[in-house]
Design a protein around this ligand. Structure first.
Ligand code: FAD
Length: 389
């Protein structure tokens, strides 16, 4: 029987393992720490189809259906379908119009909304300066940690072998693939690198260079407030917020578009981030003085064009086809939790059928080495994707 070793028990690796169950494949998931213990456990849990690329809008169609189904089946996991509003000014209107047209073509139930309608949907939101928005009621949020542990438990019930506390130290894919770990050697048929911000380091163990760079993103949770609000992304200020189950507000973005070392970055939130986001909250919501309950930073992972790398990597970007028996699922930017159902399925499709529904995500798409590249977060509407240029 084919054996697959997945390196990384974040949302991406666990979803890949889950999607491989029932396919007649043996799966091991190894993690140097534990399930959802890194980036996934730090995610804001936003889930939305209002993305810049057709492939992503399609992927989010699959992901939202997956979240809904799991929410119906499982007592622990809940998909909160609270809607998602992006607000902007006349500067954002042309991009909003273009995006909504594309997203609707791809099947998303999203629409342009004018201030009067925004007021009806979000009565607590102050619309000072806001002249336009986009809205989708099927978007929402979920808890990334619960999602990933739930999925892992289901995968383990189907026979997936999960090995926490297992650091991968070497990968040899020159003949029969082997994965060296601090606890011994795993002989396998396919190695999947789903190591989040460490993916570059892990790929280097197999002599593969991945065009990915980790960068910091930040979030905070306020003390409880006396109202509830669905998710809002202020596209002009570049800040998102939504009600948390705790009664507080989750507020985020604070992206730092510079490369960070996954083994040595600042995991606490910056003072500037706390001040700037609190200002936006006080300006937009009936909160006089934001109380901060918790704040943190984690690492997202950027690629040169903002698209993920899902498939067989080349030895170097723009170079020869990489080794057989090696796949990568990384470079999810700030949208890896919500796309994890679709990415996990794509990995399983590549292993079982040789290809996925997302050729746009192939690591071999670079005709030449992109060289050094700038990190750009993908929530903002003037990102790098071709549709936005
Ligand atoms: C503040 C913040 C907010 C975010 N908000 C959202 C959001 O609202 N919605 C959304 O969709 N996304 C969000 N994201 C992005 C999202 O968290 C990531 O895209 C996603 O979690 C990536 O999952 P992953 O499985 O690739 O990586 P990870 O969760 O980091 O998992 C990788 C795993 O690989 C393991 N590993 C690494 N090296 C080795 C090794 N050598 N041997 C063994 N194991 C190894 C690590 O221990 C880790 O557990 C946010 C990120 C941050 C930081």
């Amino acid at each position: 029987m084919t054996h697959v070793t997945i390196i990384g028990a974040g949302a991406i690796g666990v979803s890949a393992a889950y999607h491989l169950t029932g396919q007649g494949i043996d799966v091991s998931v190894v993690d140097k720490g534990h399930v959802a213990g890194e980036t996934t456990g730090k995610a804001g849990g936003l889930v939305f189809r209002q993305l810049h690329e057709p492939a992503d809008v399609r992927a989010m169609g699959y992901s939202i259906d997956f979240f809904r189904d799991l929410s119906e089946e499982d007592n622990h996991f809940t998909y909160h379908e609270v809607g998602f509003l992006r607000t902007g000014t006349e500067r954002e209107r042309p991009a909003f119009e273009r995006e909504v047209a594309m997203q609707r073509r791809e099947g998303a139930d999203v629409r342009l909304v004018e201030p009067a309608e925004i007021r009806d949907i979000y009565p607590t939101l102050s619309l000072d300066g806001v002249t336009v928005g986009t809205y989708a009621s099927e978007d929402g949020y979920a808890d990334p940690h619960t999602f990933t542990t739930t999925l892992l438990a289901a995968a383990q019930e189907c026979g997936v072998d999960y090995r926490p506390g297992t650091m991968v130290t070497d990968i040899d894919v020159s003949s029969t693939p082997t994965v060296e770990t601090e606890s011994g050697t795993i002989r396998t048929d396919v190695v999947v690198i789903a190591a989040g911000p460490w993916s570059h380091h892990v790929a280097a163990l197999a002599d593969v260079e991945l065009p990915v760079k980790p960068y910091r993103a930040q979030a905070l949770v306020t003390t409880p407030v006396d109202f509830e609000i669905g998710t809002v992304y202020d596209a002009h200020e570049g800040v998102y917020f939504r009600s948390e189950q705790s009664g507080g507000l989750l507020v985020g973005d604070g992206t730092e578009e510079v490369e960070s070392d996954p083994d040595g970055y600042t995991q606490t939130a910056d003072f500037e981030f706390l001040v700037e986001t609190s200002d936006v909250v006080e300006q937009r919501l009936p909160v006089d003085d934001v109380g901060i309950q918790n704040a943190w930073a984690g690492l997202c992972t950027a690629t040169p064009d903002g698209r993920p790398l899902v498939g067989q990597p080349t030895y170097e970007p723009g170079g020869d086809t990489g080794p057989d028996g090696l796949l990568v699922a990384a470079g999810l930017q700030g949208h890896g939790f919500m796309r994890s159902p679709a990415v996990g399925r794509a990995v399983a499709d590549i292993i079982c059928d040789g290809e996925s529904e997302y050729p746009e995500w192939k690591p071999s798409r670079f005709d030449e080495h992109p060289g050094d590249f700038e990190i750009e977060e993908m929530l903002k509407i003037d990102g790098k994707h071709p549709e936005m240029e």
